[in-house]
Design a protein around this ligand. Sequence first.
Ligand SMILES: Cc1ncc(COP(=O)(O)O)c(C=O)c1O
Length: 391
Amino acid sequence: MFAERTNWNLAGNRLSEALARHRAGGKRLFDLTASNPTECSFAYDSETILAALRNPAALRYEPNPKGLESARLAVTEYYSARSAAISADDIVLMTSTSEAYSFAFRLLCNPGDELLIPAPSYPLFAFLADIQDVKLVRYPLVYDHGWQIDFHSLQQAITPRTRGVIVVNPNNPTGHFVKEQELAKLNELCTAREMALIADEVFLDFALGDARPVSFAGNTGALTFAMSGLSKIAGLPQMKMAWLITSGPQRLKKQALERLEVIADTYLSPNAPVQLATPVFLEQRHGFQKQVMERVRKNLTELDRQLAAQRTCVRLELEGGWYAVLRVPVVQTDEELAISLLDAKDVYIHPGHYFDFAGDGYLVLSLIAREEEFAEGIARVLLASEEKKKI
Ligand SMILES: Cc1ncc(COP(=O)(O)O)c(C=O)c1O
């Protein structure tokens, strides 16, 4: 009855079952995975946000495949504040970066074609690829006092069916940015092998250092699709507004935009009230990002303070984003560890294997969790690691 591509194993995994049991038992939970910004006690200017949705212009239907010009112009202003000159003509609006990935996959890949994805990285790719009949091939990121792309392995992963390279900048959950030299190498490789670059920059604004990270938006070396959206930038995932920016050699860029426009015209997915409110929502990012960076810095300081008092676990270096990676002793699989932390210590934390780490011994935690919950959750994780070491 159903297509092969939807033949997923939909049974819950052991950790999600343990979490459901925990919640059903009404027990206390220290949630170190909390990353829904609307549930992390940030202050939003609710009056301004709601007022922006009451624009009378929303009563008119003005279909535009790329999205309303006023919203696209607001996106160009977001980039000009980062000193990137992006034309509104090169932007296509959509409802989420997941949709942006889907459009880019559809544009580039025939069924069975391949895309390179970083490992470790974030777990949504598998479903996106299945739905679009695309095959994902991993290229490793290597850690040595910071993360970088393993270019040798990336090159070896390329086959005649490879249509593009996906980069997440900064990556989730490793929190590292693509460097200038890496961008140059990616441009060179993609141009030589006729591949596109697909860059997910939803966390670009959340850098911990002073240096401004490199952005792929407007990159002209190879055909490039840079995506971002309000979900992380302004902490408004419920508003469903994201964009895809096409750039690269003129001829390829023009063809890509013409085809993307047809895909976008087929769906016309962003709604009028949210498009009209996008300039206001983008303005809201300043207050939101300030709060997030304060939270991330405080939680990192607390994490480092607790780590300094023990010798069992270490945190991997990070440059930005909302997550930190903890290296823990390998005495069981990461999934078993996460389940035991839930059962014995009431802490919910993501095991590294969710993010495709090369081996066990990694836990991923959200740095935007509420401060008290974060501090107590970390204390419990570290206590459990000490106890396990003694066994
Ligand atoms: C790296 C990355 N890209 C994209 C998304 C999804 O964003 P959107 O809500 O725009 O689909 C997430 C969500 O966590 C993410 O971590």
